[in-house]
Design a protein around this ligand. Structure first.
Ligand SMILES: [Mn+2]
Length: 330
């Protein structure tokens, strides 16, 4: 409905351009990387000059390094916006572009995203909170934008679908999601190869770190809260990079009877990044926004204003208690 005229606007911006900069959010996940590279390759196949980027630290997580399109990637400081349009992908707001924000907002910007709190910061906004992933929305732009989905493009978009849906098992999965996945497989995706690359590529060091996090995890039954902690010292002693820990929280989600999972990650500057997951009865997107963060109803995060794991934990538990939510009050 709303989306249709926005699609017309977005298509007009894209069709009038010959140069495009496709941008993901800082610390990109599989959906951000998949949608950036997928759309970037579609545009390149149609003859556009394409650059792809996201904010520093400009790392490609090892498990996504198999994706085609890495030749489009530029460090944020090296991106040239002159004569180009910008397309922001999987970014709920312009702040997620960090140091790329000013330059991106100075050119025609198309905003493609599925976060429920997207601020509509683009000249055209293809935002759909019911879409499983940004990659799913990108799939639907191919026709209106006049672009083709090659096997390489499909592999990128399929990876975004798989990772943002927990391998097609989260509550955001609909029949449409599976129909689009089937369409991507028809375009030439090898699902087993994506699985091997994304889910069978952990280092032994990472496995040992996840064992440590599981062993030291705590469950507070009265809050239905299970939590774990990763410090900079843990990363150093196990030889693991922070960008390898994106899925670490999933190990805690298998606990019977839990309602909220929190994983506290100490950042290099000492601040604590808090990743949250919940069962569908608890809206942790709202919880994360109350701390200045953001996300979806069942997957969200924020950076604590408190120093240290203990203080960040207390702050979170206070907020959960104040919200009146508890397994007993269901
Ligand atoms: Mn996403």
């Amino acid at each position: 409905m709303e989306m249709t005229s926005e699609m017309d606007k977005a298509a007009a911006i894209v069709k009038a351009a010959r140069r495009a900069v496709v941008l993901g959010h800082q610390f990109p996940d599989g959906d951000a990387i998949g949608s950036v590279l997928g759309l970037g390759l579609m545009l390149q196949d149609a003859g556009y000059h394409v650059q792809a980027s996201w904010a520093e630290p400009f790392d490609m997580p090892q498990k996504y390094s198999f994706l085609p399109g890495s030749g489009l990637l530029r460090r944020p400081g090296e991106v040239d916006f002159s004569g180009a349009i910008a397309i922001a992908l999987d970014c709920a707001n312009e702040k997620r572009l960090e140091e790329l924000k000013e330059r991106a907002l100075a050119v025609p910007l198309v905003n493609i995203d599925h976060h429920p709190d997207n601020t509509g910061f683009g000249a055209a906004n293809l935002t759909d909170p019911l879409a499983s992933s940004t990659s799913q929305i990108v799939y639907s732009t191919a026709g209106p934008f006049g672009l083709e989905i090659s096997a390489d493009v499909a592999t990128c978009l399929y990876t975004g679908l798989v990772t943002d849906t927990g391998r097609f098992q989260f509550s955001n999965v609909t029949a449409d999601t599976l129909r689009i996945a089937a369409g991507l497989i028809d375009c030439g995706v090898d699902p087993h190869s994506v699985y091997e690359n994304v889910y069978q590529s952990d280092s032994l060091n990472y496995l040992r770190l996840s064992g440590e996090v599981l062993c030291s995890s705590v469950y507070e039954a009265d809050l239905g809260l299970i939590y774990g902690y990763v410090s900079q010292a843990d990363l150093e002693s196990f030889g693991v990079r922070m960008n390898e820990t994106e899925d670490l929280i999933d190990n805690l989600r298998t606990l019977r009877g839990h309602h909220i999972v929190a994983l506290f990650k100490e950042q290099p500057d000492g601040r604590v990044r808090v990743s949250l997951r919940s069962r569908s009865d608890v809206d942790i997107g709202t919880l994360a926004r109350s701390f200045g963060g953001g996300g979806h109803r069942v997957a969200a995060g924020y950076t604590s204003s408190r120093n240290g794991f203990g203080e960040a934990l207390d702050e979170l538990k206070d907020k959960i208690i104040a919200s009146g939510w508890g397994p007993d009050t269901r």
